[in-house]
Ligand binder design. Sequence first.
Ligand SMILES: CC(C)(COP(=O)(O)OP(=O)(O)OC[C@H]1O[C@@H](n2cnc3c(N)ncnc32)[C@H](O)[C@@H]1OP(=O)(O)O)[C@@H](O)C(=O)NCCC(=O)NCCS
Length: 238
Amino acid sequence: MSNLYSNFFSPQRMGEANSLEYSTLHEDDVDEVVAFMAAHFYPREPISTGLHMTYEDNKEWIHSSARDWVKSGVSVVAREPTTKKVAGSILATILTRDQSNTYAKALTSPKTKVKTLHTVLSVLETAVDFFARYEKVNRILELAMITVAEEHGGRGVGKRLVQESERRGQVLGCQLATAQATAVPSQRLLYRLGYESLYTMDYTTFEIAGDHVFDMDRMLGTPSAKVMARLIDQEVKK
Ligand SMILES: CC(C)(COP(=O)(O)OP(=O)(O)OC[C@H]1O[C@@H](n2cnc3c(N)ncnc32)[C@H](O)[C@@H]1OP(=O)(O)O)[C@@H](O)C(=O)NCCC(=O)NCCS
């Protein structure tokens, strides 16, 4: 086994996920977490890179959306215990039968790129009608954006962030967790946690008004986005 391989997968590295501090995101944390995502999410997430979208393009809506998401009480931040530096974050929200979408609002944005992004996200968000599919489900935990700094990657931090958000969602009455997983690492992470894929958007063939929107040279090796879900309430599983 090469040194690189053994370092990456050593129990010590995996154990590091447990040495971080995980707390519910509050409004006061939003600017810091969005700045963290500007450095660690936008340059490494395929839809952003494939649409040539930077944090600057997303700035307006991400700050206001993050504030909304934080209110749900299911968004989580991981910090280094001594320095309190952000190591990872998950932005999530709760969907209900009355409020069943997150992205429709931004479809009216005057910025073309933002509109394209939200068209893509809306297609993914509405591809599976979970409320119709599961009669007993009234509250859905929607995992929106997950980010782990590269220096903390591959140590279970992403997995733990999903579990922390799920736990909060369960306490708040969510019966199902969903995610629009746009990158291979997040798809694999969710498969490992028992999520199943219910819809696939092929990046190569996806079109808006007859135009292919993704620059396939910049999709970071990810061929498709997947809508993934897992029941998190034992009662609904019966
Ligand atoms: C996706 C991301 C959050 C993963 O975080 P992470 O802390 O490295 O993930 P974990 O260590 O918890 O890994 C959990 C599982 O994910 C999978 N995984 C993680 N990184 C991977 C990679 N680079 N390639 C393939 N699979 C990967 C593995 O299956 C792993 O489980 P295993 O080791 O038991 O097989 C991180 O890579 C990231 O921030 N990426 C940039 C932003 C992004 O694309 N977010 C997702 C958009 S939906």
